[in-house]
Design a protein around this ligand. Structure first.
Ligand SMILES: Nc1ncnc2c1ncn2[C@@H]1O[C@H](COP(=O)(O)OP(=O)(O)O)[C@@H](O)[C@H]1O
Ligand code: SF4
Ligand SMILES: [Mg+2]
Length: 337
């Protein structure tokens, strides 16, 4: 059995703001294995970016990781010192964002930036670094890699800039790539090309990818396993194939209904009514209950545990809980196990 590359356990993150304490992550746990794409999906404000940043210990103040463990090759990143973390960031774990132009340095060419990363991580000459940079640009599907080396970021399209960012992650020898909405700013065709590239790199280089997206359609096409995040909690998780065979959580069903379908141009998508909670003053019970069409009395009082339903498919919802439900009023009939 392969060991996980990274194991997140009970990760808890809060932001102590003037308005009050924002509960951004409320104890989430998941594993990512070498050579897989693990999808983290949910609406804006659910805690996806905070999760990605936590893995690199880059949660901005006033945010703070206040509980849990992040085991990378079995070692807790939360116990590493700053120098050790600097080696890991941009080295063994790399991160790319929605806007690659903000992450690329505008005053250096793409070649200079990639060669610098190669030389930081490998004892090679300038010429060898240049050759490796060409190979890496080729590996990420850049046309004319030799010419791309001499270009500045602003001379490239958004899709090409994102490919350059992925090339940098590969040059550093990253084992885990955290990709936070890497295709959200790109048009649909380019989006598909970047997702194909991530799948290709997983297969050819064995890199593990944490793919953060608000789009369940992207998960269906790209991810091996998925975790659905709501209000800083994982509400449904499992292998993508099993989850999509029978989506169980009412929130995930809502995300599914919001996926644009071919031929539905201009049609109003079915969005989930209500809004994501702010994380200030979390409600008791299931965090989704104010928006859930199936909410029962128990949902307003007791938070459902994340429990296995079948195989590796886990759901946090009282509709699927086997244990006797306390304090049930009317509406028990909708229980579906
Ligand atoms: N700098 C910050 N200050 C206060 N709250 C923040 C900050 N960054 C994120 N949060 C809060 O943490 C929660 C999760 O945010 P985030 O991870 O960015 O969501 P997502 O990426 O899923 O859209 C939200 O409630 C958000 O308001
Ligand atoms: S626990 Fe209750 S409120 Fe929450 S998703 Fe399930 S049915 Fe809806
Ligand atoms: Mg985000």
């Amino acid at each position: 059995m392969t060991e996980p590359l990274i194991s997140v356990r009970d990760l808890t993150v809060r932001f102590d703001t003037y308005a009050g304490v924002v509960h951004a992550l409320n104890g989430i746990s998941f594993d990512i294995y070498p050579g897989e794409i693990f999808g983290l999906v949910g609406e804006t404000g659910c805690g996806k970016s905070v999760t990605g940043l936590s893995l690199l210990r880059l949660v901005p103040p006033p945010g703070e990781i206040c509980g849990g463990r992040i085991l990378f090759h079995g070692q807790d990143l939360l116990t590493k010192n700053e120098a050790e973390m600097r080696d890991i960031r941009g080295g063994r774990i790399a991160m790319i964002f929605q806007d690659p132009s903000a992450a690329l340095n505008p005053v250096f060419t793409i070649g200079e930036q990639i060669e610098l990363i190669i030389r930081q991580h490998h004892p090679v000459s300038r010429e060898q670094a240049r050759r490796r940079a060409v190979e890496t640009l080729h590996a990420v599907g850049m046309p004319e890699p030799e010419r791309i080396l001499t270009t500045y970021p602003h001379q490239l399209s958004g899709g090409m800039q994102q490919r350059a960012m992925i090339a940098m992650a590969l040059s550093s020898g990253a084992e885990l790539l955290i990709a936070d909405e890497p295709t959200t700013a790109l048009d649909v065709t380019i989006q598909a090309q970047i997702l194909d590239l991530l799948t290709h790199l997983k297969q050819t280089q064995g890199i593990a990818i944490l793919l953060i997206t608000h789009d369940l359609g992207v998960v269906a096409e790209t991810c091996d396993r998925v975790a659905v995040l709501y209000a800083g909690l994982i509400v449904e998780t499992g292998p993508t194939a099993s989850v999509f065979q029978a989506i169980k959580h009412p929130y995930t069903q809502g995300l599914l209904a919001a996926i644009p379908r071919p031929g539905s141009h201009g049609q109003q998508l079915q969005s989930i009514p209500g809004t994501v909670p702010s994380g200030l003053n979390p409600l008791p019970g299931c965090p989704f209950h104010p928006r859930c069409g199936f909410a029962m009395d128990v949902c307003r009082q007791h938070r459902p545990d994340l429990l296995p339903t079948d195989q590796a498919h886990w759901v946090a919802c009282h509709l699927y809980s086997d244990s006797p439900l306390p304090n049930l009023g009317e509406g028990v009939g909708v229980r579906a196990t």
